[in-house]
Each structure stands twice: as structure tokens, then as C-alpha cells.
Design a protein around this ligand. Structure first.
Ligand code: FHN
Length: 690
């Protein structure tokens, strides 16, 4: 008994230690992220040697910062730009003043982009600004200007390096031997440079890594690099591209222990807010990050101002890019847009800085951000479509209104009254701002808005039974539900714990208070399915049949119609058999051995497109040109052997394929080789199901 008590005490202390450490980690992160969450708006600057060709090479005008690769410029040819880089009109104070006047609170500049050229004075290479005629440390001048005008200076740093002899892999198109290259030595070089960047220019706000997607960069490296940079400056913020957990251009960090303080959606805005997740959308003003003199496809000031409100209404930051010219100037269209945004921010920045995500799922006329205030909550109603009838309808608000006014006229008052679950604000005929007018609505007490309950279960299919949970964070409410998809009413049962389903059901739920509905209803379908039978097999061996193809595709081709370049047996879904880094594809065929009947989820994480089939049915659709992106599919299977087929293609840039699964008593993991088999002589389709 004594031993049991000791063990319990030890486990209790250990658990307490773990939770205390987690709590300490959360506190440290919240402290570190404070200024960044307050800021909401920053400037991205892509500048380097590539500004000299300005997107044009041998008649093609669609290049930019990737020009060395997209135009396949040999390294010696490209390095001639070093002797030309001499921006006579560069003025750090001017750049920073434009950022500040636009309402931006931080600047992220490319200290080193993929081409490997360093805009700062590094003692670890001559491939830097001090080797140019300019011979001034641009990073130092910009850091000083940021401190002068009260902005945070932040560094973009590319892990991928097309110049350093130790970086691997080489570009598939260039004849540059990897002989003697040592990635570990490159990582030492990177760490030395990061030490310079973090310790030679005062406190740095963010280290914005990029170029993490090539197969040589691993989770171990990413985690180590995160910890290394954190050790140099504990307060620095590091994005999720330091590690390999970013899910493609949608940019958020996939589950698991991947490093990074915030997600990095690129050129896109998440469809909804993501509670508890820090993220920042980075976006160009036209179509290119680096300067392209022919790109006149500029986003309008209206679009940019409304994007800023949209992003803030989802709890994110907006990192808006400028690509300066080789002379050191911001393009005039960029200057104009920064000024227009600044004019709007001059009146309305309170509705952006330090705000939290909207409490509403959708507003027909615009967006909403919010802040806690003494005794209640302040809603900033970003009205894109001004009401013609003088009535701004705010639906599903159950909190008591205190006051309302135009942010452009804080001393004024707007009349507010209730009509059922909506608050109606009487608005003037003319909108204060044609792009986005902010109406402030102060509410008393804890916010109580029309938030439908959440419905969840382990999977949306099941074999015998499944438990469904229906919850809400709102106070003094009850939840009623139906299982036939009908609208819950006062006659519907009340949720008092998990709901056991033994048949297909369309679960609907709605929040009630004092006998009245106080939310919209929400629905989710759960389907009872018969698991696929396994196949009878004999004469099998471990491994997968693979076929290797070469070609240029923008989506998965029908490989069965293409000429096979090579074929063989692979132990797993390996792409190492490829004979080039780009323009290739694979098809893997075999059988997976599953231990028990159940619902199995399969995942492919790939750059570029991939698909996964079980029993001839497509379970995962992850096709298309994209960075590393993971998709999932779920299927009910009997224990035993099931045909599995995976197709994959890579066009250009990074290339990786990961195939994982999850099942009854199986945590999500890469599919291990020991459950993959192939049939020696039969083709893939000649099997009868048991
Ligand atoms: O390849 C880079 C690209 O040049 C640019 O720097 C963007 C900005 O986030 N990041 C990578 C593409 O995802």
C-alpha cells in the first residue's frame, strides 16, 4: 500500500510538474507575443540583388525574387549583380516613416532570401552587402530607423540557400556538383549568421524563417534551430517556417510538436477565426514579392483596407509586402496604397490594434473586432456596406447595450434599440468612410451573442456506435437537439451528456434560454457504414510496387497511360528513387495489413499533388500544385489486407511525400513498412473480396 501511495504521489508531482511547465510555457509565450498581438499590422520587404533585373530576363517579364531559379541563371552570371547593387536613393528613415504612417507596427525584411545574398555585413561570407559598391549595412540602418520611429525590426531568413556550397539539395536544373557539400556545416553557417542578426542589431522582434520545405530540412533541425534562436534572445518571436509543420500556403501548423510561435498563411486569409492560434497572413500588393517593373496588377486601397479588417476580425495579423526598386525606392503604387491605408488608420486604428476576433460567425454588411473594456465589451463594427435605411442590424446579441457611436465622432451618440435577438443602431444617411466605417457598440457584462453549440465526435462515420458531444461556452442556457435534422424546439430533448448513436443520424442543436431560442441551429451528419471486406492473399512479400515517371504536370496525370521510366519494389512511399528533383511522378501499389475492424483515417502530406486509394476508392484528395499540404480521408475497413495505391507528382521547388494513418488503438503515424505488402506476380486489380 505504501508503495502505491508513493507511486501515486510521484505521479501526482510529475503531472503537477508537467502542467506547471506547460503553464509556465504558456505564460512566457503570452508575454513574448504581447506586442505582436497588439500590433496586428506589419510591413514585409522583399529586397535584394533580384531588384536589379526587376523581374525581366531574356524577354520573360514574370520573374521576381526567384529569378535565379525561374530563369535558370547560372550562379556566376547571377553573382555579377553583386557588382551592380548600389541603391543611391535608399533612405531607411523614409521607408520606416511610410510604414509608420500607414499604421504598421513592425517591419520584416529579407536579410537573406533563397538566393543566399546577405543584405547585412556578415563575417561568415563575402556574399553580402559589403561586397557591393554600396558597402553600407542596410540592416543596421533599417534597425536604427525602426528604433527612431518606434517600430519593431524583424528579419526574414531563408533556410534554403541556392548559393552556399554546403546547402543541399542543389537546383535540379543547374550543373553544380554536390560533391563535398556538408549540410551540417551549412547549419553551423546559418547559426553563426543568425547569431549576428539577433545580437548585432539590438533586440529583434521576429525571426521570420522561410524555405523550410525541401526534404533535407527535418523536424529535428527545425526544433533545434528554434531553441537555438530562442537561446540568443528569449523574447524573440519565431514563425512556424523554422520547422516542417506548416501546412502549405494555408500556413497553419499541423498537429504535433512542431516549432513556431505563429502560423503563416500566404496570399490567403483563413475562412474563419482560429481560437487560441496566433497567425499572420502575408500578402503582396501586386503579384510579386520582389520588385517586378512590369507587374501593374495592384490590389486597390479598398481591397487592402477591407482585408486588414477581415484579418483582424479573425484574430490574425496582416503582413503587407513592398518590393523596393534597385534604386532603393518603394514603387509609387505601393506608396499610394500605404498612404491610403494610413489615412483610414489615422481615424480607425483603435478598431485594429489589440483587438480580438469577431464573436459573430458572419455579418452581411462587414466585419467585427472586439476589445474588453471596464464592465463589458466594446464591439468595433466595420461597416463595408452602409445601410440605406438608417438601420444597422446586429443579429443575435443578447448582451445589454450601453452606448453606440461612430469611431470618427466619439463624442456623438447613436440610438440603439432591441428587436428580438437583434440590436438596431440608427445610423446617419452618409457613411463616414466609403470603404469601411467603424461603428462602436459598447455592451454590458460578459459577451452573450448568438453562438450555436459545437457538435463533435471522433469521426463522422461509424460501424456499430459512436458518441456525439454537444457543448456551448455560454452562460445560463440549455441545449436542445434532434437526430433527424429538424429544427430543435422546446419539445426536443435537452443535452445532458454525450449522445450515443447506433444508427445514421443528422444531429441538429440549438441554444435556448428562458424558453426561447438564443442561437441559430447547427447540424452534423453521422453515418453508420459497413466496413469494406479484406482480400484473400497468398504469395506476398513486404514492400510496395512503384512505378516512376517523368514529365511536367500541374495536376496528377493518369499514370497508367504514361510510359514508365523505372519500376521496382520500395519498402515504403519513398521518392528517393527519383532520377531528378523536379518534373517527376510516382505510383505505389500494394496492400496494407490492418489489425482490427474499425474506422481508419489516412493522410498524405505532399509537395506537390498526391492521392491515396484504398480498395480502389479514393480516400485522400491532395492533388494540385502546392507547398507541403496535408489532406485526410476516413474509411471503414475489416481487419486484414486491403489494396492501397498512392499517386504523387512534383513539378518544381520543394518535393516531399509523407503518408500516414490512424486507426483503432493506433495514434496518427507514418505507415510503417512492416504492414505494407505486394503480390509478386498478379496485377493490382485481380483480387476477389472475401
Ligand atoms: O519562396 C518564398 C517567396 O519568395 C516569398 O519569400 C514568400 C513570402 O512568404 N515565401 C516563399 C513562398 O512561400
Amino acid at each position: 500500500m505504501k508503495r502505491l501511495l508513493t507511486l501515486t504521489l510521484f505521479l501526482g508531482l510529475a503531472w503537477g510538474q508537467v502542467t506547471a511547465e506547460n503553464k509556465k510555457g504558456d505564460m512566457e509565450k503570452n508575454e513574448r507575443m504581447g506586442w505582436w498581438r497588439e500590433a496586428r499590422f506589419g510591413m514585409f520587404i522583399h529586397w535584394g540583388l533580384y531588384a536589379i533585373p526587376a523581374g525581366e530576363w531574356e524577354g520573360n517579364t514574370n520573374h521576381a525574387e526567384w529569378i535565379r531559379t525561374t530563369a535558370q541563371i547560372p550562379i556566376n552570371e547571377y553573382d555579377k549583380f553583386v557588382d551592380e547593387f548600389n541603391p543611391p536613393k535608399f533612405n531607411a528613415d523614409e521607408w520606416v516613416r511610410m510604414a509608420r504612417n500607414a499604421g504598421m507596427k513592425y517591419i520584416v525584411i529579407t536579410s537573406k532570401h533563397h538566393d543566399g545574398f546577405n543584405l547585412f555585413d556578415s563575417q561568415y561570407t563575402d556574399y553580402d552587402i559589403m561586397s557591393t559598391p554600396f558597402k553600407r549595412d542596410i540592416m543596421e540602418e533599417l534597425a536604427n530607423a525602426c528604433r527612431k520611429y518606434g517600430l519593431k525590426i524583424c528579419w526574414y531568413y531563408s533556410i534554403m540557400d541556392w548559393h552556399h556550397p554546403d546547402y543541399l539539395p542543389r537546383r535540379g536544373w543547374e550543373n553544380r556538383s554536390p560533391e563535398g557539400a556538408d549540410l551540417e556545416r551549412y547549419i553551423v553557417y546559418m547559426k553563426n549568421q543568425l547569431k549576428e542578426l539577433v545580437q548585432n542589431y539590438g533586440d529583434i522582434g521576429v525571426l521570420w524563417f522561410d524555405g523550410e520545405w525541401e526534404e533535407t530540412w527535418t523536424h529535428r533541425y527545425g526544433k533545434e534551430l528554434y531553441n537555438y534562436v530562442r537561446s540568443l534572445q528569449p523574447s524573440i518571436i519565431i514563425n512556424n517556417r523554422v520547422d516542417i509543420g506548416r501546412a502549405g500556403m494555408q500556413g497553419l501548423t499541423r498537429g504535433g510538436e512542431y516549432a513556431g510561435d505563429f502560423g503563416t498563411p500566404e496570399q490567403e486569409i483563413p475562412p474563419t477565426g482560429i481560437p487560441g492560434i496566433d497567425w499572420e497572413t502575408c500578402m503582396t500588393m501586386n503579384n510579386h514579392w520582389g520588385y517586378n517593373k512590369n507587374d501593374d496588377n495592384w490590389k486597390s486601397p479598398k481591397d487592402l483596407i477591407q482585408k486588414l479588417a477581415d484579418i483582424a476580425s479573425k484574430g490574425g495579423n496582416f503582413l503587407l509586402n513592398v518590393g523596393p526598386t534597385a534604386e532603393g525606392l518603394f514603387p509609387q503604387p505601393s506608396i499610394n496604397r500605404l498612404a491610403a491605408i494610413g489615412k483610414w488608420m489615422k481615424t480607425n486604428s483603435e478598431a485594429i490594434y489589440g483587438t480580438q476576433a469577431s464573436p459573430f460567425k458572419h455579418l452581411s454588411w462587414g466585419r467585427c473586432t472586439q476589445k474588453s473594456i471596464k464592465g463589458g465589451t466594446r464591439l468595433y463594427l466595420h461597416v463595408f456596406s452602409w445601410p440605406a435605411n438608417g438601420r444597422l442590424v446586429v443579429p443575435g446579441v443578447y448582451s445589454r447595450p450601453d452606448r453606440a457611436f461612430l469611431l470618427s465622432d466619439p463624442t456623438g451618440e447613436l440610438i440603439v434599440h432591441r428587436e428580438e435577438d437583434a440590436l438596431i443602431i440608427n445610423t446617419p444617411d452618409v457613411a463616414p468612410n466609403p470603404i469601411n466605417s467603424v461603428v462602436v457598440l459598447d455592451l454590458v457584462g460578459n459577451l452573450d451573442v448568438n453562438d450555436p453549440p459545437m457538435i463533435s465526435a471522433e469521426n463522422d462515420i461509424f460501424i456499430d456506435e459512436t458518441n456525439v458531444s454537444i457543448t456551448s461556452v455560454r452562460e445560463n442556457i440549455i441545449i436542445r437537439y434532434t437526430l433527424d435534422g429538424s429544427m430543435p424546439s422546446l419539445k426536443s430533448p435537452i443535452v445532458d451528456g454525450p449522445i450515443l448513436l447506433t444508427n445514421t443520424a443528422r444531429v441538429s442543436a440549438r441554444v435556448f434560454r428562458d424558453g426561447k431560442p438564443v442561437s441559430e441551429s447547427i447540424h452534423t451528419e453521422y453515418t453508420k457504414v459497413v466496413p469494406n471486406p479484406d482480400v484473400k492473399l497468398n504469395g506476398i512479400a513486404q514492400g510496395l510496387k512503384y512505378s516512376y515517371y517523368e514529365g511536367s504536370w500541374d495536376q496528377l496525370p493518369d499514370f497508367n497511360k504514361l510510359e514508365i521510366v523505372a519500376t521496382g519494389i520500395a519498402s515504403n512511399f519513398d521518392i528517393f528513387f527519383r532520377e531528378q528533383n523536379d518534373y517527376f511522378g510516382f505510383q505505389y501499389e500494394g496492400f496494407i495489413l490492418l489489425p482490427e475492424d474499425g474506422i481508419y483515417s489516412f493522410y498524405t502530406d505532399s509537395d506537390d499533388g498526391s492521392r491515396l486509394y484504398i480498395d480502389g476508392t479514393m480516400v485522400v484528395e491532395n492533388d494540385g500544385l502546392h507547398g507541403m499540404n496535408e489532406e485526410k480521408g476516413t474509411i471503414a475497413l475489416r481487419s486484414g489486407y486491403h489494396p492501397i495505391r498512392v499517386t504523387f507528382f512534383e513539378k518544381g521547388g520543394g518535393n516531399q511525400l509523407k503518408v500516414s494513418y490512424k486507426g483503432p488503438n493506433i495514434e496518427k503515424q507514418n505507415i510503417p513498412p512492416n504492414i505494407l505488402f505486394y503480390k509478386k506476380e498478379k496485377t493490382f486489380n485481380e483480387y476477389e473480396f472475401r
